[in-house]
Every structure is written in C-alpha cells, then in structure tokens.
Design a protein around this ligand. Structure first.
Ligand SMILES: [Zn+2]
Length: 235
C-alpha cells in the first residue's frame, strides 16, 4: 500500500518531513495542492468523530496512512480486531437471546453450555458467510496486481470499519430499546460501505450493494442456523 492524499486520493511519496523530534512539516499533494493529510497533527478524538460522521478523508487516513506505516503491525491488528469483532458479535447474539428468553429465566449449566456453543457456532458461520459474500464481488471492484493482498486490505478495512459494534458492550451493561440493535447494524453497514468505497475507489452505489448483500446473507444465515440448530437439538 502507498500513502494517499486524504482529499483527492492521489498517491503521495511522503506525508511529512521531520527536521527534528517534534518538528515536522506536512507535505502538500501535487494533484490538489493542499496538505495531503492534516490528521497527522490532529488528536485521535477528531479522527474518531470524523469516522463516526463517515467523512471519506478520515477513512483514507485510517486505511492508507495510519495502517500503512512501517511501525504498525498490520497482521497483529488484523488478528486482534478479528477476535474483537467475534466478541462483539457474541454480545449481539447474547442480547437477542436475552430479549427472547427474558433475563429472569432460570438456566441449568447444561443449557448454558448449549447456548454458548450454539452462539459461538452461529457467530463463526455467520461471519464466514458474511466475508465470503463480501469478498467475492469485491473482486470486481478491485484493480490491483495482487488479489490476495487486496483481499487482506478489504478484510481489514471491513473489520476496522465495524468499530460501531463497540456500542453493543454498552447495550449489555445498560438497558436499551431492542431496535437500537438495528440502528447499530445500519451504522456498521454504512461505515463498511464508505471503507469499501475508499479502498476500491469504486462507485458508492456498488459498494453499498455489496455491503447490503453481505449483511443480508449473514442475516439469512442467522435465521437458517437458528431453525436448523434447534431442530438438531430437539431430535
Ligand atoms: Zn490531493
């Protein structure tokens, strides 16, 4: 991956020149003639706010200029954020389970083990279907020499742009109306679409279509698994 101007998406050789520790000069983009990436000097909170506001320049900074630095362990971030994503998905399924069963319902240790195993199986299979459906059409959006590398980039972009799922933790601690779960889903879907758009530089409508398809496939898998696993358990 190469550094990018966050305004026009053009490649830039360097984002800043360092004269001495703490003394840097931000480089300008040769295409649009403005500072290529002003987030270099911004607080992380400003970046987080702009990410929540779905500003494409914030996503360009995150995906091209922040995760592209030599000092950053991209593989490590990918693994850690993948496990975090699975954990958030488990929280989501637990919220749905609690809303169906009721928090006050008594459970035996055997049924608790069954519920945990069922949720973990569902989460792994749902996400396998989600990323399969998302990565296959992404092939047509990618214009790269190395598809494997680009698939990794798309995977990382989708995992990182699912940061909104952190609100599921809050939903487990405090009581929220159940539809709030779907509001989180909509934010995650739109955030995934913006990240995919920034990474592939394709039409926004195509990226939204791919993300809706992947989320719909995951939703369908979730319902299918629920029916099948319950049938299997009852038999
Ligand atoms: Zn530019």
């Amino acid at each position: 991956m190469e550094f990018r101007c966050i305004h026009c998406g053009s490649e830039v050789k360097a984002l800043f020149v360092q004269y001495s520790p703490g003394n840097i000069r931000l480089m300008k983009c040769e295409n649009c003639k403005v500072v290529a990436d002003e987030y270099i000097e911004c607080e992380i909170t400003i970046l987080l706010i702009d990410l929540i506001l779905h500003k494409r320049k914030a996503y360009r900074h995150l995906l091209y200029n922040l995760l592209n630095r030599d000092a950053v362990d991209v593989e490590g971030i990918m693994w850690k954020s993948s496990f975090l994503l699975l954990f958030f998905e488990l929280c989501r399924n637990l919220i749905i389970h609690n809303s169906k069963e009721g928090l006050g319902s008594s459970t035996t240790s055997l049924s608790s083990i069954w519920v945990c195993g069922k949720m973990l199986t569902e989460v792994i299979l749902e996400n396998f279907v989600f990323f399969s459906v998302l990565l296959l059409p992404s092939r047509f959006l990618l214009n790269s020499l190395s598809p494997v590398t680009r698939y990794k980039e798309v995977f990382l972009a989708i995992v990182v742009s699912s940061y909104f799922k952190i609100f599921l933790i809050a939903m487990m601690v405090w009581e929220f109306p159940f539809p709030a779960l779907y509001i989180v889903d909509v934010f995650v879907l739109s955030s995934n679409a913006v990240a995919l758009k920034v990474l592939t530089q394709s039409m926004m409508i195509g990226c939204i279509g791919v993300c809706i398809g992947a989320h719909a496939a995951k939703f369908a898998t979730s319902h299918l698994l629920e029916i099948k696993l319950v049938d299997w358990f009852l038999l």
